[in-house]
Design a protein around this ligand. Sequence first.
Ligand SMILES: [Mn+2]
Length: 349
Amino acid sequence: MMCVEIAMAANGPYFCGMLVTACSIAKYARQDCRLSFNILDGGISDADIAFLEKRVRDYHPNSAFNRLSVNDEMFKGYPAWHGNKMAYARLLLPAALPDKDWCIYCDVDFLWLRDICELWEARNDEVVFIGTADGNVDTLAREAQWFSKKGFPFDSESYFCSGLCYFNLKAFREQKLIARCVEILVSNPDIQFPDQAVLNIVTFGKREIVSRNWQRFTYELTQGLLDEGCVVHHAGEIPWHRYPCWISVMSDAVLLWHRFNAEVRGISLWRSLRTYHALGGILYHRGLCWLLRTPGIRQIVKFGLFAVRKPGVWAVFEFRSRRLDWRDSAGISQEMPVDAKTDPASAFR
Ligand SMILES: [Mn+2]
């Protein structure tokens, strides 16, 4: 039987993300394969791990768990990323899983709506790494500049986002690529996207790029993509994170995550939202999203902001509200087998 090796890393505050990511993998994976979850644990409680194992097995009984302890001390001397160093945990995988040849690593701000076994079958021993093109214009521009300043080769078509890393662990060990990553990290404290940049450097010319449906940023989501089946990455839009900024909107992609979280935890959608967000925050950020989708109000806000010479603020609004329409996303949620009494959708009906 095929056994899919999966790895994820989290500390206590990110456990809520890991739970949703792991359960979504389990839910959409076909049943005639084995799922092996390697949990890089930066401080998760035993009770949380037990709950995760139980819920994952409810979706996919043939699942196994391997808990590996990680701490920030291991990454001394590496530049910090958003205040913590758990992003580097993925660099431990070739050594932490010495008897495994391949492994799919993913961030814990993911929602899988596609069968991971299909990606597992894309293994290709000719390459050391499989990823998806990043495609974010801003990231590519910044990285192209930094790479050329440092003399590293760069190609925007194959520059990948490290939220999803499909490692050929055997090749990484044989070619000692992690040692090379560490060397680059320690000698370049001005690196902009630490783990992502070094992995792009050491795998250059030796990687395969697969369909971006294996990693779609929330701002790209459309009903068509959800129908095809894709993997959602909440980069820059963490569903359990409070963004205090007045121009933040609570997009439909965030509600989609909460809907799934509600299903996993057996609570209502509203309860899921309230666990992480203040009432005023929900009403304001969700209200803003709704207002900006109303064409007349859109025009007024746009006109007003241009009149006071703030086209940049308008651009941010437009970018953030250009996300999947809530009514369209009802299609996908109806496919989730949910008990009528715990149906998270009922909160908004
Ligand atoms: Mn992420």
